[in-house]
Design a protein around this ligand. Structure first.
Ligand code: ATP
Ligand code: MG
Length: 557
């Protein structure tokens, strides 16, 4: 007797529904996508009881005529694909013709739709044959989904609390609202309006949803190799401990993308404190034939034809955005002292754009002109700028200077300082073991090491910047830092990592008394850096006490 049977339609539908409709938020997503595909200008999203009781999405889009309305609950019924060619360049959010039938298989659905002439009502329960009747309604579509998962109790039991599912429904609505600021959105949760956003410019919408004041957001805009990247990014003062505030859109489709997250990470490296993440709304736009959105059951991910190109464009765009404004950390203007907090988590302030114009006139002079006043506690340099008192962390600043110099010298080939006599160093067996991998990278930075029999090596030259450290110290620092433990051992990342170790160990320390000449040179060098505001760990190199703050202290205003 044959054991394989073809499943009955209703059972097949319910199984397929499991893929598309993971939870109430999936219903919100699919219905909003349909509304956007229908050209809606205003969308209302309602949900109650975490979306299990009710999800309703109303739009003012093109609607459906009675014939389409009768078809739209059928599997693989779609108006969005005509030919196989269309699948190669998808321009709509939906294309599979499975969302509505999947939702209908596990709920009670009612669709009220009007194409501007005739209105139709369609009802179906648990994938039953849809019943159609004439109705009256303005142009647009209202899809009401009730009793979600009533016939698949197992799925219901796997989901989290009502409150949690409600939060995810809200998140789904927000994601699409962020994708399409040109569309007005209203969100009603358990009968209460929780959002009402008019059609507005992208900056306003991003500011609402990232919850960061618009004038704090850095604009991202870059175009390279057929990829346009634009959007908004938070400055280092608004970073978060997780990547939860990172929103990505590919041709306006909300996506999750480890590739794009990594590109942001890379672009923000050395500018944002280690372990912190900027929040962002980044829109990647490229020809539809270079993206495949048909790779994930719920269309949450896409595949790029050329990942490298997209990665490079995003990394570049992010870095340029940080460099577009001086990121000086200012002492807050409030009367109370600033609360103590984790480094990088407080008080960066972006200077007024008005002052930016003056600075931009001088190439590379990214810092305001600083006039040295002296040193405090053998740790901080005090200087004066047009804004007020500037306090520079001498170690962080020197780290940044040395790091950039190492990398710059390397590209110019002027990096090695030949030792008058080679120095022998005895290494431990584990150090000897990693040496073959490490030494090409070290050589790039000017640290020339060669085997000298057994566990002994000869150091022939050291990086020019490491003048303060004995050659043995430089070598051991690089090996000891666990530099090569799981880290890339070649390429730009490996060199940058080694450069940061050499720079960190070579830089002046807190507590080092400096001569006036040394201090002046340090400030000048800092002014010439590409990224003078942070050391490569992302810690600030300087803070400003604005003049009006001083005036406040002395009760002059
Ligand atoms: N809000 C709406 N306004 C107008 N037409 C709609 C609306 N929602 C659905 N439709 C019509 O119903 C069809 C089926 O919708 P459904 O979401 O099931 O599939 P799809 O959007 O084509 O593809 P996918 O399954 O990838 O979402 C759509 O192709 C569209 O023609
Ligand atoms: Mg759809």
């Amino acid at each position: 007797m044959p054991r394989i049977r073809v499943l009955e339609g209703w059972l097949a539908d319910r199984i397929a529904a499991g893929e598309v409709v993971e939870r109430p938020a999936s219903v919100v997503k699919e219905l909003v996508e349909n509304a956007l595909d229908a050209g809606a200008r205003r969308i209302t999203v309602e949900f109650s009881g975490g979306g299990f009781e009710l999800v309703r999405v109303s739009d003012d889009g093109e609607g459906m005529d009675p014939e389409d309305a009768a078809l739209c609950l059928r599997r693989f019924a779609t108006s969005k694909l005509g030919s196989p060619e269309d699948l190669r360049r998808i321009r709509t959010l939906g294309f599979r013709g499975e969302a509505l039938p999947s939702i209908a298989a596990v709920s009670h659905v009612e669709i009220l739709t009007c194409d501007g002439h005739v209105a139709t009502r369609v009802r179906a329960e648990g994938g039953s044959e849809p019943r159609t009747e004439p109705a009256s309604a303005p142009r647009g579509t209202v899809v009401t989904v009730r009793r979600l998962f009533y016939n698949t109790p197992a799925r219901r039991n796997f989901l989290r609390s009502v409150a949690r599912e409600a939060a995810l429904c809200l998140d789904a609505a927000e994601r699409h609202a962020l994708a399409r600021p040109d569309v007005a959105f209203r969100v009603v949760r358990d009968g209460r309006e929780v959002a009402a956003w008019p059609a507005e410019d992208p900056l306003r919408r991003a500011s609402r949803i990232l919850a960061v004041p618009a004038d704090e957001l850095l604009a991202v805009e870059a175009q390279a190799g057929g990829v346009r990247v634009w959007g908004f990014l938070t400055p280092p003062s608004f970073t978060r401990r997780s990547r939860s505030g990172q929103y990505f859109f590919v041709n306006r489709r909300p996506v999750t993308s480890p590739l794009l997250s990594r590109a942001v990470e890379q672009g923000a490296r050395t500018l944002v404190f280690t372990g912190q993440h900027p929040a962002c709304a980044l829109y990647v736009e490229l020809a539809p034939e270079l993206v495949d959105p048909n790779v994930h059951p719920r269309k949450l991910e896409v595949r790029f034809a050329d990942e490298g190109r997209v990665f490079a464009a995003v990394e570049r765009a992010v870095r340029d955005a940080y460099r577009s404004r001086p990121l000086v950390r200012a002492v807050p203007l409030s009367a109370s002292p600033p609360p103590a907090a984790a480094p990088g988590a407080t008080g960066w302030q972006v200077r007024e754009p008005a002052q930016l114009a003056v600075l931009e006139a001088e190439p590379r002079a990214r810092l305001p002109r600083l006039r040295l006043l002296g040193q405090l506690a053998s740790t901080y340099l005090l200087a004066e700028s047009a804004e007020g008192l500037v306090v520079v962390d001498q170690h962080a600043a020197h780290e940044r200077v040395l790091y950039e110099r190492l990398l710059r010298d390397r590209t110019r080939g002027a990096h090695a300082q030949l030792l008058a006599a080679p120095v022998t160093v005895d290494l431990s067996p584990s150090e000897v073991a990693v040496l073959p991998e490490v030494s090409p990278v070290l050589r790039e930075l000017g640290l020339e090491v060669e085997p000298f029999g057994g566990s002994t090596v000869l150091v022939r030259s050291v990086p020019v910047i490491s003048g303060r450290l004995p050659p043995e110290g430089v070598l051991r620092a690089c090996l000891r830092e666990g530099l090569w433990d799981g880290a890339p051992t070649e390429g730009q990342r490996a060199v940058e990592r080694a450069a940061s170790v050499v720079a960190c160990h070579s830089a002046v320390r807190a507590g080092d008394a400096l001569s006036v000449e040394e201090m002046r040179a340090l400030l000048q060098d800092l002014e010439r850096c590409d990224d003078p505001y942070t050391c490569f760990h992302g810690r600030p190199t300087l803070v400003v006490v604005p003049l009006d703050r001083l005036e406040g202290w002395f009760l002059r205003r």
